[in-house]
Design a protein around this ligand. Structure first.
Ligand SMILES: [Zn+2]
Length: 232
């Protein structure tokens, strides 16, 4: 998702509308076959579309807090929540159709996708959180002297009681997120946003309707219109 122009309000009260695009680097057509997206690509598309909506529906005064210019541990909520719809059987049946026969994705395949999506999540979550703790430990060092990174890592992981079968997703010597791309001490944000998006999606689920208009309106008002709501 790219912003060519972000939303803001002028001094005389006019809302300047944003210009947002999605540029996708997806599977190309092969031979006579059209471009067929993998489910991973579909999820990416829904995800980026969520960032797009966050930008497009922004109703803020200041560009610095409009659209996707929000705290890092919030910015992935509007995008990750969209991934829930991508995988919902009700939604899959709308778009996941056989490209030749038009046959809607069978329930059996949906069940398999659901099971595969849960595979190894204990490992995945643990390696991720271990890296998030390590990132936080690096950014809360009070001793300004030299440190031995390997010893530092060992102390940090021992403190967590991480078992030897699981190593952090990134080791300190190549953990780029810890020191660049604006993620410094914010690697936890991916997981934190997952908690937020699961919670927000549940608000729809609880009504028994994943397209509930009242929830959608409040989601739009509270999150998508408001910019940096979590900072307020
Ligand atoms: Zn994202």
């Amino acid at each position: 998702m790219n912003n060519y122009r972000e939303q803001y309000t002028t001094a005389d009260g006019k809302s300047v509308r944003p210009v947002v695009s999605l540029t996708c680097n997806f599977s190309k057509p092969v031979g006579d076959k059209p471009a067929l997206l993998s489910f991973d690509e579909v999820e990416t598309f829904f995800h980026e579309f969520g960032h797009g909506l966050h930008g497009l529906l922004s109703q803020c005064t200041y560009v610095s807090i409009a659209g996707t210019n929000v705290s890092r541990d919030f910015v992935e909520l509007p995008s990750q929540i969209m991934e829930h719809w991508a995988a919902e059987p009700e939604v899959l049946k709308m778009y996941a159709k056989h490209y030749q026969t038009g046959e809607v994705i069978p329930q059996e395949l949906i069940d398999k996708m659901d099971k595969a999506g849960k595979f190894n999540q204990g490992f995945v979550t643990s390696e991720f959180i271990a890296a998030a703790f390590l990132d936080m430990d690096f950014h809360t060092i009070t001793n300004q002297g030299d440190i031995d990174v390997n010893a530092f890592e060992k102390t940090a992981l021992d403190k967590l009681g991480l078992i030897k079968e699981i190593i952090p997703r990134y080791r300190p010597t190549y953990f780029a997120h810890a020191f660049s791309w604006g993620y410094s001490s914010g690697y936890y944000a991916y997981t934190w946003a997952e908690v937020l998006d699961a919670d927000a999606f549940n608000a729809y689920k609880e009504t028994g309707d994943i397209f509930n208009q009242d929830v959608a309106k409040s989601f739009r008002k509270i999150f998508l219109n408001a910019g940096t709501v979590m900072n307020q």
